[in-house]
Ligand binder design. Structure first.
Ligand SMILES: C[S@@+](CC[C@H](N)C(=O)[O-])C[C@H]1O[C@@H](n2cnc3c(N)ncnc32)[C@H](O)[C@@H]1O
Length: 214
């Protein structure tokens, strides 16, 4: 079965197809969205009950992570996976760090059902095989666990997939929801604009719950 049937040729290709390890080698200890959008990410995680204020200790995977994970209070266990070891080492909320290129290998190196939540902030647009990555996110999530993908209207344009760049920003939610649907293992994804109208970076989310029983 072609997971990507119906997407135009080249939709998941990029202007810069050199290995991601090259582009992400320099450490970037910066924030990619403004304070209002960062607060919206933290508020979403709190609302989903996956941060350090949750009713029980949470084990969370932050996919495509860097030195900040945007939790208001960090979960008890936070596994951060990204491309740059120095950025991950500087993440004060992290309890485990994994350097792994999801475009070279879209599998997530964690056991089945081993996390309560998978989050990914302002990065899903860099995945060339996003459906396989989200399918593996479903595999590592426990039944009832939460997927939370957030994104804004900024990116590294040479590293974002072409289909993202040509999709109007108000339609990215529909695109990401469709990727999660095709990945399988999730209930119907929910798309939301998490920031109010007005100046500043917009922040959208796509959330979905892992299906199945424990
Ligand atoms: C725009 S930054 C976002 C970082 C962080 N999630 C945040 O909210 O600030 C993009 C991140 O995606 C990660 N990334 C990019 N390509 C990747 C790949 N092929 N595999 C794994 N991580 C990747 C990089 O390490 C980088 O930290």
């Amino acid at each position: 079965m072609d997971l990507y049937a119906g997407f135009p040729d080249g939709f998941f290709s990029r202007a810069d197809e050199s290995p991601d390890a090259v582009f992400y080698r320099p450490e970037r200890l910066v924030t990619h969205i403004d304070d209002r959008a960062i607060a919206a990410v933290g508020a979403l995680y709190a609302e989903l009950g996956i941060d350090g204020d949750a009713v029980r200790p949470m084990r969370v995977l932050d996919l495509m992570s860097s030195w900040v994970s945007h939790f208001r209070t960090p979960p008890a266990e936070l596994v951060v996976l990204g491309m740059n070891a120095a950025e991950l080492a500087a993440n004060p909320a992290a309890t485990e760090r994994i350097v792994h290129d999801l475009n070279a290998d879209p599998s997530v190196p964690l056991p089945d059902g081993s996390v309560d939540a998978v989050v990914c902030c302002v990065s899903v647009d860099y995945l060339t095989r996003p459906i396989e990555v989200l399918a593996d996110a479903a595999r590592v999530l426990r039944p009832g666990g939460v997927l939370a993908l957030t994104f804004s209207n900024r990116c590294f344009p040479t590293k974002a997939v072409r289909g993202w760049l040509v999709t109007p920003e108000g339609r990215h939610g529909d695109l990401v929801a469709e990727l999660a649907r095709r990945a399988g293992g999730f209930g119907e994804p929910v798309v939301a604009l998490r920031t109010p109208p007005g100046p500043g970076d917009p922040l959208w989310s796509v959330t979905a719950v892992r299906e199945g029983s424990a």
